[in-house]
Design a binder for this molecule. Structure first.
Ligand SMILES: NC(=O)c1ccc[n+]([C@@H]2O[C@H](COP(=O)([O-])OP(=O)(O)OC[C@H]3O[C@@H](n4cnc5c(N)ncnc54)[C@H](OP(=O)(O)O)[C@@H]3O)[C@@H](O)[C@H]2O)c1
Length: 324
């Protein structure tokens, strides 16, 4: 089968389109034909092996798993003899996180991995693309910030992968959403539910006197220090971007401040929790409460180009590899 292989950390040209051995499912495994796989900002960071302490999880000197890619939508084409949960022909979505393997034509996974049925109102590209952004936004909003009806939230980077999911999920939970993005994306964030918008190229949200219960800096462009005055007394600053400064502020604010800083890593959640999250999101999708914002599609052999584009940091929503 064809796959993208990465033997070392580095620029997009470390990603090689190659012939590799097609996996054979063991007794408790399913073989999935991958139709679509996402390409995300997190994949670019993993490709570079940055931040460096992230290598404790993904491999110290080189990637632990040579085929990158963490999310897929596809169809089951073979099952091991002990498999009970799935059958040939099932259309599924799956998240492999640090295990990778999704930039390929096929993958073999245990039936107990993070796999659920594909939402029936999405195509494979939409279904693969929504996984990372929506699971991350969900864990931050519902579990870290305990968002509820009437909370005021500011979402910075509202036009990105986590951002477009966060805008929709915050609206679903009944919050009042202020979306921060550039001029080109104002219409997009309004179309997915933002109540107010701020164009970061023209104004700074700190300049008005409004206070937010939650500031979700989905793209790691803000600091807690500069955002503090725009938070309510018990306000929460959320960051999915791993930085030493965020970890320090998280520690300090947990002891000495009413305003809290929270970082968490979605990929480190337990498989059972991730399956529950995906089922929750699938129900929202099937009830038309959550849609995928799709930007560009690339072929598997164009993965290097896809990484170059995503790495620029200006995609609108999501990018996928349309594989089959
Ligand atoms: N902790 C976790 O579990 C976890 C999970 C997944 C991802 N992540 C991390 O989360 C981060 C965001 O991921 P993502 O996939 O959502 O990113 P993304 O989709 O690549 O973000 C791109 C968006 O960011 C916007 N943007 C760029 N500069 C901005 C600025 N200064 N102010 C406001 N918006 C700006 C861009 O809009 P314009 O073109 O208009 O500028 C673009 O729409 C990454 O660092 C990723 O590694 C963490």
């Amino acid at each position: 089968m064809k796959a993208i292989v990465q033997e070392k950390y580095g620029n997009p040209d470390v990603l090689h389109y190659k012939e590799v051995e097609k996996p054979k499912p063991k007794e408790n495994e399913i073989l999935i034909k991958i139709y679509s796989s996402s390409v995300t900002a997190a994949h670019c960071a993993m490709r570079k092996g940055k931040p460096i302490f992230g290598r404790l999880v993904i491999g110290l000197t080189k990637p632990k798993f040579s085929i990158p890619g963490t999310d897929l939508a596809g169809e089951i084409v073979e099952v091991g003899k002990d498999v009970n949960k799935f059958k040939v022909g099932d259309q599924i979505i799956a998240a492999t996180d640090a295990g990778g393997g999704c930039y390929a034509e096929y993958i073999s996974l245990s039936e107990y991995d993070v796999i659920i049925a594909k939402p029936n109102n999405m195509n494979f590209d939409e279904a693969a693309a929504i996984i990372e952004g929506a699971t991350t936004a969900l864990s931050f909003l519902r579990d870290s910030a305990k968002i509820t009806i009437g909370k005021k939230i500011l979402i910075n980077g509202a036009s990105g992968s986590i951002g477009t999911a966060a805008v929709q999920l915050a609206k679903y939970f009944g919050a009042e959403v202020t979306a921060v993005c550039s001029s080109n994306n104002i219409d997009l964030v309004k179309s997915i539910g933002a109540d107010y918008t701020i164009d970061y190229t023209k104004e700074n949200f700190n300049n008005d006197k409004k206070k937010y219960d939650i500031i979700f800096d989905t793209v790691g462009k803000l600091t807690f220090k500069e955002s503090k005055n725009s938070l309510t007394q018990n306000g929460i600053f959320l960051s999915p971007v791993l930085r030493i400064s965020i970890l320090l502020q998280m520690l300090i604010s947990s002891k000495f401040s009413k305003r809290k800083v929270i970082f968490s890593a979605t990929g480190l959640r337990k498989p059972n929790q991730k399956i529950k999250d995906l089922i929750f999101l699938k129900e929202l999708i099937e009830n038309n409460k959550l849609v995928t914002v799709l930007d560009k599609k690339y072929k598997l052999e164009e993965t290097t180009k896809a990484h170059e584009y995503v790495e620029k940091g200006h995609k609108r929503g999501n990018v996928v590899l349309a594989i089959a």
